[in-house]
Each structure stands twice: as C-alpha cells, then as structure tokens.
Design a protein around this ligand. Structure first.
Ligand SMILES: [Fe+2]
Length: 385
C-alpha cells in the first residue's frame, strides 16, 4: 500500500487562495525508522498528510472522514495493528476530539473499574495517565485485566518531552508466537487454566484512596447516591461487578474492596479469516510494577505505598517468576518505541497491540481516547479444528 489518496484537483480550487480543499490533500504511507514486520505487514504503518500549503484542521479532518467513509482504515488497522498519523495540524484537545470522531467508531468506550489517574479533558478525551514521569509502565492490553475493554485506542502527542517518553508498542500476535516458541509449557498452562487478576480498591473516605488515586466508589459506584447506606452502596457495586465484568468482589475488614477477575490470558480475534491467538492480558504490566516496587511478596504493598496484587493461574496457583521474567524480556525484544513528534496520533487496535510507557524528562502531554471498535474475540471452542 503506497497511497491512501492522491491529489485530484489543481491547487486553489474550491478552498480559497493558498488553502487546499480536502480533495487536494493526499495521505501517503511513510517509513518509520526501526518499524517491524509482523505477519508480513509493517508494524506500525505510518500515514502522512501531504500538502504544499498550510492545511487547516477542519479540512484535514474532512479528509479523514472521507477516507473513513470509503473504508480505507478498517483493513489497515486489522493488518498493521497500529497506524501512526503524522503531519495533521492538531494543536490541542479540541482538534484531537474532532480527529477521533472523524473515524466514526461505534461508541466511545465507557471505562468500568478505572485503576489509574486520568482526567477528562473533553467528552471523548482524557489524559493518558498522570503518574510521575519516572514511573515505567510495562506492556499491557488496555483493560486487559478486565472483561470490559476498549477495542480502539488513540494516543495524541501534544507535547513531546526533552528526552524519553516514547510509547512502546508490541504486536500481541507476535508476542503469542514468541512465547509459544520459547515457553510452550507456560502458554499451555495459560490456555488450560486461564488467570485470576486481583485489584485493591480502598474506600473513598480512606486517606489511602487519595494516595492510591482511585477507590471503589469512583471506579464502580456511579449509581450510588449520597444518602445510600453502606449496604446499598455495596450492593450497587456488586451488581456492576457481576453484570458488567462477571467479577467477584470481596469486602475487606478495613472497608476496602478486593476485585477478582477470572479471565483467559490468550484470546482469538475473529477478523482475520482463521482466528489468530493474541496475548491479551495485563500480565507483564502487573508483574513489572510489582517487581519494581518490591511488592512480589505478601502483603504485596510496594515502595510506592500501593498494592500490587499478583495475577495467578485460574486455579489460584502462582505463575512462576521465571516465566514472567522471560515474558518481560521477549516483550522488550519485539517492542517498538513510537518516536513521537508533536501532533502525531497513533490509532491502535487494542485486541492485537499492547502498549507501555517509558519514563521521560521535561514536559510531556499525551492524550488518549478509547472506543469500542468492530473487532470481536471468538471463543476457542468455536474455532473449527
Ligand atoms: Fe494503558
């Protein structure tokens, strides 16, 4: 694929002097240094807006709308996992909001069980994460620890820091392949047993909640009213856990909530002809943060004052550390760092791509938008032999 669209009309027609119309713009593939080839396709794919003249944001967005309506992005996203858009004149969250809406994805994703610091900037736009810049995040599928996850992620690089801060990405299809090759027993155990993720949510009134950055009422209790008794509040949270996540909640003596989520660690995507296995989970993310914070041993409270509860196999047995260490190594071997330039947007298929975060120095602004896409997982037992 070389060109998504080409210039089709002479300069200056229909757009006023010096300002090209959308039909005069071209969006062309460009080479991203150090990008990878996964299953025969570039990962990620770079698409650049080309114009000799200054392009205004609305015209650029109209171009995206036209390409989107023509179905230009669907297969690209399936085949490449990530598209990095460069050269679009985005300067702020409002531009980014217009940009993401131009793709006409079905629904903005409603987050259930937020366990991170995020601020809503505009209707569909949030800050990516507000933890300090020296905190490293390991690879994870977004909400891969939950039964309710977005299909599509957009990241917008509004301010590029002095150094660091590139977003690591890997193909979770390739990650599955590599694990199957290097650690077949680990993959077999994950397939057979699944996993149980655990997350600690303090009560809102607990001073710990402010330090941790989230609490069970904000993450699950949007139907709670101020005059609800504690019993009613808990019942409402339990209903969300059961109905939306098929998760179990265990109330702790100190008023906190422990959420247990039983999930597969490997899933199968349905849009690729024969369903492909994808390593869709948060295993590396949870283990890496726990290790960095010296929280691998019970009670799993880390140097950062947060709980890092380990993910176990679905039968409750621990996942051997040597497997998790190798998982981190392989992830780094196949990872790609998005070399952000200001105004870049990455469109990511969450079903097939994991992301992470590198520390940085200086001022950085990365905004995010989450959507429910068209991709679906198929159950393993539904796949013909
Ligand atoms: Fe994330």
């Amino acid at each position: 694929m070389a060109t998504v669209s080409t210039v089709t009309a002479p300069q200056g027609v229909g757009a006023g002097a010096g300002r090209p119309s959308s039909s005069q713009l071209s969006v062309t593939a460009f080479d991203i240094p150090n990008s990878r080839i996964v299953h025969g396709e570039k990962f990620p794919l770079g698409l650049e807006l080309k114009s000799k003249d200054t392009v205004d944001i609305d015209t650029a967005i109209q171009k995206i709308e036209e390409l989107s309506q023509a179905g230009a992005f669907k297969d690209l996203l399936t085949n490449h996992g990530t598209i990095l858009f460069r050269g679009f004149p985005l300067t702020n969250a409002t531009d980014f909001q217009k940009f993401v809406r131009a793709f006409k994805f079905k629904n903005p994703h409603r987050e259930v069980g937020l366990a991170g610091k995020r601020t809503t900037v505009t209707t569909d736009i949030k800050t990516a994460n507000e933890e300090p810049p020296d905190v490293k995040f390991y690879y994870h599928s977004e909400y891969g620890r939950s039964a309710h996850f977005p299909g599509i992620l957009f990241f917008y690089s509004q301010i590029v820091p002095e150094s660091g801060g590139q977003t690591p990405l890997l193909s979770s299809l390739e990650l599955y392949d590599r694990l199957k090759e290097d650690l077949p027993e680990f993959v077999r155990h994950l397939e057979e047993r699944g996993i149980i993720g655990r997350q600690y949510f303090p009560a809102k009134e607990d001073p710990e909640a402010e330090h941790i950055g989230w609490n069970w009422r904000d993450s699950y209790g949007w139907d709670i009213k101020d005059d609800d008794t504690l019993e009613v509040q808990r019942a409402k949270v339990e209903a969300v856990l059961k109905d939306q996540l098929e998760a179990d909640g265990e109330w702790q003596p100190n008023g906190s909530l422990l959420v247990l989520q039983r999930l597969p660690a490997i899933r199968y995507i349905g849009s690729t002809g024969k369903p492909k296995p994808t390593f869709f989970n948060g295993l590396a993310g949870v283990y890496g943060r726990g290790r960095d914070n010296h929280a691998l041993e019970a009670p799993h409270k880390g140097d950062d004052g947060k709980y890092h509860l380990p993910t176990t196999y679905g039968d409750g047995s621990p996942i051997p550390t040597e497997y998790l260490e190798r998982l981190l190594e392989i992830s780094d071997e196949i990872g790609f760092l998005v070399p952000w330039q200001e105004g870049d947007v990455a469109l990511i298929n969450n079903f097939t791509v994991q992301h992470a975060r590198t520390p940085w120095v200086g001022n950085r602004s990365l905004l995010v938008s989450l959507w429910d896409g068209d991709e679906r997982f198929v159950r393993r037992e539904q796949i013909p032999a």
